[in-house]
Design a protein around this ligand. Structure first.
Ligand code: BGC
Length: 390
């Protein structure tokens, strides 16, 4: 379906007309300064407001989702995304990836190296679980730490933000100029839709995702252990102590990794289990049960991957994706050093991530679905975070 876009200004104007006619809030996009980077460049914050008055705020620094303000079952709004009030918070942090767009390759690549078409490539090893160095989330300066070109836009009454970044050939050790576009949309039904696309002029691994940490009670309000999680996945990819997949696709049945039926995140997290020990809790890649297989090598159809319910607020988060897998990470490495938007220190397990993705370390694992994008091909994938209440 061909989409008709109109400018943010025109969209906001038409939004006012809609608001008058339906007595609803006016969908709009508001741009404010988000502070300056160390080199003096300015970052902006774009707040997308839907007709329900719910909001998602995104900065062009790292394409970071800064705020997700959605109602609880009483209609009271709260911000359910962990993060900071200005760009300097994100620059200082550097390693939690709160809300960020992740690329060129989400999650880990063993030893920071891979061979592609007979040529060896060396990446920065910016992470070392169990003291075993690997490449994580795109390297020292991944897509989460660059300034993207931003264009606010509307699709009918849905506000959106289109971000573009061209990653140069050789950047962070990866081959090829990679031209990346990510568009965020925030609909009237409180769906945050993320459309990723990319093209390249040399073969390169690509695995893009978003690294939002959620706390459905509200950011800064306690831990997420009471949140009830369902993952539409009968299998996962176990890891070694460096958090690199062993190559095995293992059934979750009979293990604390079985979320095919809903379980509180904290219910089994302290059980004696080598995999939980390696991750310090849940920090693994679940292989989604898809009704249809992955069509082609890079995308399938949009299917439900996960659902999270927070009993006190009644908030529900559903995750739908075209990706074959999801990294469920429950903030095990948060240690209270990062003080967030409401001046509360983010302690261990005060936020969880559901990072839709291809499997970690795929460039070194021939049996995993292919992550190599080649010239002439288009990488396209969609993930939706849908907020509701129960
Ligand atoms: C990884 C974690 C890592 C976190 C942020 C997640 O995607 O799986 O191991 O600590 O990102 O740094």
């Amino acid at each position: 379906m061909k989409k008709q876009y109109r400018s943010a200004l025109a969209g906001a104007f038409l939004g006012i007309i809609t608001a008058v006619a339906l007595n609803a809030a006016q969908p709009n996009i508001n741009m404010t300064s988000f502070g300056t980077l160390r080199d003096g460049r300015a970052a902006q914050l774009y707040t997308l407001t839907n007709s329900q008055g719910a909001k998602v705020a995104i900065t062009n620094y790292g394409g970071i989702v800064v705020r997700i303000i959605v109602p609880d079952r009483e209609g009271d709004l709260a911000d359910v995304a962990l993060g900071y009030n200005d760009v300097s918070g994100y620059v200082k942090d550097g390693s939690t990836y709160f809300g960020a767009l992740i690329g060129r390759y989400g999650n880990r690549i063993a030893k920071g190296q891979f061979t592609l078409d007979g040529q060896a490539y060396k990446l920065a090893t910016n992470n070392a679980p169990g003291d075993i160095p690997c490449a994580l989330h795109g390297g020292n300066v991944g897509f989460d730490k660059v300034l993207w070109d931003a264009t606010p836009l509307f699709d009918k009454d849905t506000p959106g933000l289109r971000l573009r970044y061209v990653s140069k050939d050789g950047e962070e050790g990866y081959p090829g100029n990679l031209d990346v576009t990510v568009t965020y949309w925030f609909s009237d039904s409180n769906e945050l839709r993320i459309e990723y696309s990319a093209t390249t002029d040399k073969a390169t691994p690509v695995n893009l995702t978003n690294h939002s940490y959620f706390n459905l009670r509200g950011e800064g309000i306690g831990n997420i252990l009471d949140h009830v999680l369902m993952l539409n996945a009968s299998n996962y990819t176990p890891v070694d102590k460096g958090l690199i997949p062993t190559g095995q696709i293992a059934p979750v049945a009979g293990t604390p990794f079985d979320f095919t039926k809903p379980h509180a995140i904290g219910e089994r997290i302290e059980e004696q289990n080598e995999q939980l020990e390696f991750g310090g809790g849940y920090d693994h890649n679940w292989v989604l049960d898809r009704k249809t297989g992955i069509i082609g090598k890079l995308r399938g159809s949009l299917q439900k991957a996960a659902e999270v319910y927070e009993p006190a607020s009644g908030r529900v988060l559903e995750v739908l994706t075209e990706e074959p897998a999801v990294q469920f990470y429950c903030g095990n490495f948060l240690d209270g050093k990062n003080v967030g938007k409401s001046k509360v220190a983010y302690k261990k397990r005060t936020g969880f991530c559901l990072e839709t993705q291809h499997y970690p370390d795929s460039p070194n694992q021939p049996s995993f679905p292919d992550t190599i994008l080649r010239p002439g091909e288009k990488y396209e994938t969609v993930t939706v975070y849908r907020f509701s209440t129960r």
